[in-house]
Design a protein around this ligand. Structure first.
Ligand SMILES: Cc1cc2nc3c(=O)[nH]c(=O)nc-3n(C[C@H](O)[C@H](O)[C@H](O)COP(=O)(O)O)c2cc1C
Length: 391
């Protein structure tokens, strides 16, 4: 990691805490709510948010691979852009950030994915990164009419899939591959990606098999961070790094996901959170989502299940960054102290709230030593941008 072949990719810059914007290719992003200002999937919206993040020096623009929504009045995530073509568009519109595509491996042949990834890597000048996911949302996978693999078998498939992609990204001339799932005859791939040996890979699995897959193949893995459980996270992150190091001789970054509600006072932040989760939340969609995830089968108490659903409504179960800019920075400092290398962020009203983030939170992160200062441009100013959505 961090070798010269990837020097254009900001994922390997020196910032102690890297940042990403998550889920701006799907309607509602991560918030399962009907609150006004929620994200609508138009190209103008996604371009506005991601170019703002790019100018602010955020490292990662990460989409969600999704083909169908979760129902309910919002049909959460149901209006969505395909991620490689989304990445190609943003690669042309941005200059600094890593632009991700998320490949649902059962839905795309690795020869096609390798070629699309290489194309985005060239458009972006070496800023492409690939999130590899097996898929878990059966109704969307069933749309393809192919058998849906059992969980661990899906990771075996993903491993071969990624081996083929990397073979094509690196092999000179024609190359064969014979595996359980793929047979490649005289495979050929030119040009090679800009990044060498190949673009970085993200994998966000959380099961034992998923974590092992990340340890073996990914440059970026994910861990779940829970409030007041920073020490547990420290142990989990250390275990993941140890697995990668001892079994596979590899180093990786460990990221987490978070949702942001930043307001001048903690009380205002908590009131708005309550409003969009309990007054305007789409509880029908979250019921569908958690049922398909199998959460109802986990023998949780009704109160615990309700709590988990509320966390999904608030921001896909990510870590709550809820409070004043100072409180948010304090939480992020704690995250960095226990070993978190990066955080993907989501908001209800991405554009206005990201603008606020760049003016009110980013400077404090720089003062705290978590990030190097970026040169601010006019596009980043706009303290009042939040007022239309704030309650
Ligand atoms: C940051 C992040 C991004 C993810 N993106 C997607 C996605 O785009 N599409 C998808 O089907 N699953 C996505 N997932 C789900 C994971 O790929 C994985 O299925 C989930 O974390 C459960 O882990 P497991 O596969 O090890 O059981 C994402 C998870 C995280 C934490």
């Amino acid at each position: 990691m961090g070798d010269n072949g990837r020097r254009c990719n900001p994922l390997f810059n020196r910032n102690r805490l890297k940042l990403g914007v998550f889920a701006t290719n799907v309607s509602n992003g991560c918030a399962i709510t009907l609150a006004e200002g929620r994200f609508e999937t138009t190209w103008a919206n996604t371009r506005a948010v991601n170019t703002l993040a790019d100018q602010a020096g955020l490292e990662a623009l990460v989409p969600v691979a999704r083909w169908k929504g979760f129902g309910g009045p919002s049909n959460f995530n149901g209006t969505c852009f395909e991620t490689f073509t989304w990445a190609a568009g943003l690669a042309a519109q941005t200059t600094q950030a890593a632009v991700f595509a998320t490949a649902h491996v059962p839905t795309i042949h690795p020869i096609v994915a390798a070629k699309q990834g290489t194309t985005v890597d060239h458009i972006s000048g070496g800023r492409f990164a690939l999130n590899v996911v097996c898929g878990w949302f059966r109704p969307e996978l069933e749309m393809f009419g192919a058998p849906v693999l059992e969980h661990d078998e899906a990771y075996a498939y993903a491993a071969e899939w990624l081996q083929v992609v990397r073979l094509l990204w690196t092999a000179e001339g024609e190359v064969d591959y014979t595996g359980r799932f793929f047979t490649i005859r005289r495979g050929f791939h030119e040009p090679k990606p800009v990044q060498r040996p190949f673009p970085p890979v993200m994998s966000a699995g959380s099961s034992p098999v998923g974590r092992r897959f990340a340890a073996q193949y990914a440059d970026m893995a994910f861990t779940q961070l829970r409030p007041a459980e920073f020490e547990e996270a420290r142990a989990e992150i250390a275990a993941l790094r140890r697995l990668a190091r001892e079994e596979f001789g590899r180093e990786l970054q460990v990221w987490t996901t978070a949702y942001v509600v930043c307001r001048p006072t903690e009380r205002e932040a908590r009131e708005y959170l309550h409003y969009y989760v309990y007054e305007r939340g789409d509880w029908e969609a979250v019921e569908n989502l958690t049922r398909i995830m199998g959460m109802q089968k986990r023998h949780l108490t009704p109160a615990r299940l309700e709590q988990l659903k509320a966390q999904f409504v608030a921001g896909w179960g990510g870590f709550p960054l809820v409070g004043t800019p100072e409180q948010i920075v304090e939480a992020l400092l704690q995250a960095a102290r226990v070993g978190v290398d990066g955080v993907t962020l989501s908001w209800v009203s991405y554009e206005a709230e990201l603008r606020q983030w760049t003016t009110e939170v980013l400077p404090l992160l720089e003062q705290a030593g978590l990030r190097e200062p970026v040169k601010r441009t006019d596009a980043l100013s706009g303290r009042d941008a939040l007022s239309s959505h704030a309650r």
